[in-house]
Design a protein around this ligand. Structure first.
Ligand SMILES: Nc1ncnc2c1ncn2[C@@H]1O[C@H](COP(=O)(O)OP(=O)(O)OP(=O)(O)O)[C@@H](O)[C@H]1O
Ligand SMILES: [Mg+2]
Length: 464
């Protein structure tokens, strides 16, 4: 009767290293029957060769390989490819050999004569372990890719200085204060510092202060005991505790309520804090990076920000210049975003027309790099051709710079109503663009009522 075999997909790729041929064949054949893919070696050299040629996941290694030691191989494997999960086979059922093997990086061990049922269980767990390690590894690579300096684009002198400070910050444990207008890259800079610092394996937590109701800021940051306030039904762990061993990014630090400023100051001085409703001091090993688009010095002089806290934060200071002051960065950023978004959109876009680039370089970018990125993303999504043209870019780029507007205003060859009309049309187009065509939002941006906006759109013949 023909044997009905269940079709098995590969359960994993195993390297069997055993100098005793009988044993090796026995183990290998057993594994093959179970659906594993197997390659065999009888010594360290052959084993290493096979590892470089095959996608080995698990290495089953005999403790004694003739005159060689299986432990040596385990050590080598760990150096070459730490993802490979070694399982030791030992004839001596002694705890010492097993402990030694595990110390050297073996995941588990089995004792000869091999109980195959147990052996298969061990291998299954080893495979799980391999997969988990690979997943973490890939995740980390992706993170590193995303937050690597490779993706931090700059050409200007001003940004060179910023990068110099970033690398200093990455090598230090000091508190960092990043200032700059909206969209200049403060968030990205904070992450790059963390992921290239010694804390990169620890957590990076970001807290956006304006998005938290003032009464909840303290418990968000420092945690709260059960019953500390009306909603606190359970003990709440704060961001400081959660970021232990890593970096806490306090975004828009200018919005930190004065009452919580004292508490942050205490943390920066003594590395200690209290959960809301508790008198027990807690410690956390957390590096602080703060950012703001406000003028902190001004807030200090107005009494809205504590001077002592300001000095504690202002240790490594990174001022990110607005994009309009570093226009040399624009072409590189444009290329970078075209590449990034055409990859995402699976489009083959080769570049941008000279006219479109000129419009971008001329623009003032009140929204800085974020505005540029959004403009390119949109253009990549909408363009039909291989090159982005002026028509693919938002109409608000037509707005001229402040300087040009002033010059235009001093031009008396045209009547004032014409110029006002031109300005109004431009502003309305810009507001509609910015608000994604939502009239109520555009009206708010312009500081007029929605009715007034509808009226103006009608008389200027602007379509919704
Ligand atoms: N030098 C740069 N190279 C590549 N991408 C950049 C650069 N600077 C900024 N970006 C990108 O621009 C966008 C806006 O940057 P980010 O969010 O860091 O700004 P921000 O200063 O934190 O703004 P806000 O004050 O509004 O929070 C992000 O997508 C970021 O990745
Ligand atoms: Mg930000």
């Amino acid at each position: 009767m023909p044997e009905i075999k269940e079709k098995k997909t590969s359960r994993g790729f195993v390297l069997v290293v055993e100098d005793d041929e009988m044993q090796r064949v026995l183990i290998s054949e057993n594994l093959r029957q179970e659906g594993y893919q197997v390659v065999e070696a009888s010594n360290i050299q052959d084993a290493l060769q096979l590892v470089s040629q095959h996608p080995v996941e698990i290495a089953v290694v005999d403790y004694k390989l003739g005159t060689q030691s299986g432990l040596e191989l385990v050590k080598e494997l760990r150096k070459i490819n730490p993802l490979i999960t070694p399982v030791m086979v030992t004839a001596f059922a002694s705890i010492e050999t097993a402990v030694e093997a595990i110390k050297q990086g073996a995941y588990d061990y089995v004792v000869k004569p091999i109980d195959f049922q147990r052996f298969l269980l061990v291998l299954e767990r080893a495979r799980e372990r391999f997969r988990l390690k690979r997943e973490v590894h890939e995740l980390r690579n992706r993170l590193e890719e995303k937050f690597s300096f490779k993706n931090f684009i700059f050409a200007s002198r001003a940004m060179e200085q910023v990068v110099r400070l970033m690398s200093k910050a990455a090598r230090s444990e000091a508190t960092v204060l990043i200032t700059g207008e909206t969209g200049t890259g403060k968030d990205l800079i904070a992450r790059l510092i963390h992921y290239s610092s010694e804390r990169s394996q620890g957590p990076f937590l970001a807290v956006n202060l304006p998005s938290i109701p003032e009464t909840l800021v303290e418990s968000e940051l420092f945690g709260a005991e059960k019953g500390a306030y009306t909603d606190a039904r359970e003990r709440k762990i704060g961001k400081f505790e959660a970021a232990d061993g890593g970096t806490l990014f306090l975004d828009e630090i200018g919005d930190l309520p004065l009452s919580v400023q004292v508490k942050l100051l205490r943390f920066l001085q003594d590395r200690e804090f209290y959960r809301l409703g508790s008198s027990k001091p807690l410690k956390a090993d957390v590096r602080i990076i703060a950012a703001t688009n406000k003028n902190l010095e001004k807030l200090v002089s107005e009494g809205k920000f504590r001077a002592d806290l300001y000095y504690r934060l202002n240790v490594i200071r990174i001022d990110v210049p607005p994009l309009r002051e570093r226009k040399e960065d624009i072409p590189l950023l444009v290329d970078h975003f075209i590449r990034e978004y055409s990859r995402r959109e699976k489009k083959n876009i080769r570049g941008i027309s000279a006219e479109a680039m000129e419009a971008l370089i001329k623009h003032d970018f009140p929204g800085n790099v974020r505005e540029l990125e959004n403009a390119i993303e949109r253009a990549v999504v909408f363009t039909e051709g291989e090159f982005i043209t002026r028509d693919d870019l938002p109409v608000f780029l037509e707005i001229r710079s402040e300087k040009e507007l002033t010059e235009a205003a001093a031009d008396f060859s045209r009547p004032l109503p014409d110029k006002i009309r031109e300005l109004e049309v431009r502003e309305i187009k810009w507001a509609l663009e910015k608000s994604g065509g939502v009239k109520s939002r555009a009206a708010r941006l312009l500081g007029i009522t929605e009715r007034m906006l509808s009226y103006k759109m009608k008389i200027y013949g602007l379509k919704k």
